[in-house]
Design a protein around this ligand. Structure first.
Ligand SMILES: NC(=O)c1ccc[n+]([C@@H]2O[C@H](COP(=O)([O-])OP(=O)(O)OC[C@H]3O[C@@H](n4cnc5c(N)ncnc54)[C@H](O)[C@@H]3O)[C@@H](O)[C@H]2O)c1
Length: 333
């Protein structure tokens, strides 16, 4: 099928484009390259520069892609990854987050309604849950975000559901947990300047690009006192999107599902796993505000509805991120 990936030049979008192409789909990418990279877009995908806050950028792609030039074959599914996602930045610049994330989705939905495109896969986040008692998140649990980033994603989820009801649109909303790792080809990975994710920070330390890795907080109510999170390999996550698009095409239903491994690892356990492979100097530092003790996905729904199970382990995630970062360093020499 023909799929439009908005934000397909970014980290998760570019990996999803690779998996869609491997599964035999025709892929079109729309991205403003605010944080994405043109060279991360698979060479077999058609790229359009554009901003989803501008409806004409979107309808132009819908119209070109359904024209005779492309065999009058319209886009059947839209996948959305085009968002801002740095939590502390969302706290200091909430309006920029509402503008890009919420207005971007509103404009995208308007363009889809206008051109009668009925299927959307949307990237949401575990941040919509906030601080749940016990830390195991089920899709029907209370959503109570504790930062503007999570609020904007929850606002988008609700907008998508209202628009779906009014305009007979199907959606697949995926709530991601901690995404990490790189494509097996090492052609793409998480390649950004100001990294905030734990695993790339550990790997940059292993490669000598940072003096130390800091563990924030050692007095949480967890077995070793450090925060527990659920890690998922970006390729597993991308493959779930391929199944999500198939689900929308083959059924008339919609779905909200967590995407995680279902297993929790503490920051110290992640570090110990990395220490087994590489040397990583580290130090404990005080807690950061707003870090819940535990955040783990209940993944029953995605197993049952899509038959999806992650294939790659924490060690696979660590190794692939390390190999990708080593390759980046070799390119820079
Ligand atoms: N990375 C994670 O661990 C994680 C976790 C949970 C949820 N998510 C969600 O996954 C999605 C993708 O995250 P990512 O890590 O790949 O981020 P990213 O910054 O690497 O990718 C976002 C892409 O969208 C593009 N973009 C942003 N605003 C745009 C706009 N207005 N118009 C057109 N293009 C625009 C950027 O240029 C970039 O290519 C986001 O929606 C994010 O909320 C990510």
């Amino acid at each position: 099928m023909k799929i439009l990936v908005v934000g397909g030049a970014g980290y998760i979008g570019s990996h999803t484009v690779y998996e869609l192409i491997r599964a035999g789909h025709e892929v079109v990418v729309l991205d403003n390259l605010a944080t994405g990279r043109r060279d991360a877009v698979h060479p077999d995908a058609r790229f359009y520069w554009g901003d989803i806050r501008n409806g004409r950028d979107i309808t132009r792609v819908f119209d070109i892609e359904s024209s005779a030039e492309f065999k009058n074959k319209p886009i059947e599914v839209v996948m959305h990854f085009a968002a801002k996602l740095i939590v502390p930045e969302s706290v200091s610049q909430p309006l920029a987050y509402y503008e890009n994330n919420v207005e971007g989705v509103r404009t995208l939905l308007e363009a889809m309604v206008d051109r009668d495109i009925k299927r959307l896969v949307f990237s949401s986040t575990a941040a919509v849950y906030g601080e749940l008692e016990g830390g195991i998140c089920r899709e029907d649990d209370l959503t109570c975000p504790i930062n503007p980033y999570g609020e904007t994603k929850l606002a988008c989820e609700k907008m998508i559901q209202w628009v779906s009801a009014a305009h007979d649109m199907q959606y697949c909303i995926f709530r991601y947990f901690n995404v990490a790792g790189a494509d097996a080809s090492l052609a793409i990975g998480l390649d950004k300047d100001n990294l905030t994710h734990i695993i790339p920070l550990v790997m940059q330390t292993a490669l000598g690009l940072r003096d130390k890795f800091y563990i924030f907080g050692s007095d949480y109510d967890t077995p070793d006192g450090t925060c527990v999170r659920d890690y998922i390999h970006v390729t597993d996550l991308a493959q779930a999107h391929v199944l999500g698009a198939d689900y929308l095409l083959k059924t008339s239903d919609s779905l909200i599902a967590n995407l995680g491994s279902g297993d929790g690892y503490s920051v110290k356990q992640v570090l110990d796993a990395a220490q087994g492979l590489f040397e990583v100097p580290f130090e404990y530092a005080p807690r950061r505000p707003g870090d819940p003790a535990r955040l783990i996905a209940n993944t029953t729904r995605v197993h049952e509805m899509l038959g999806w199970h992650p294939q790659l382990s924490l060690t696979d995630i660590l190794k692939s991120d390390y190999d990708f970062r080593r390759k980046l360093m070799q390119k820079e020499v």
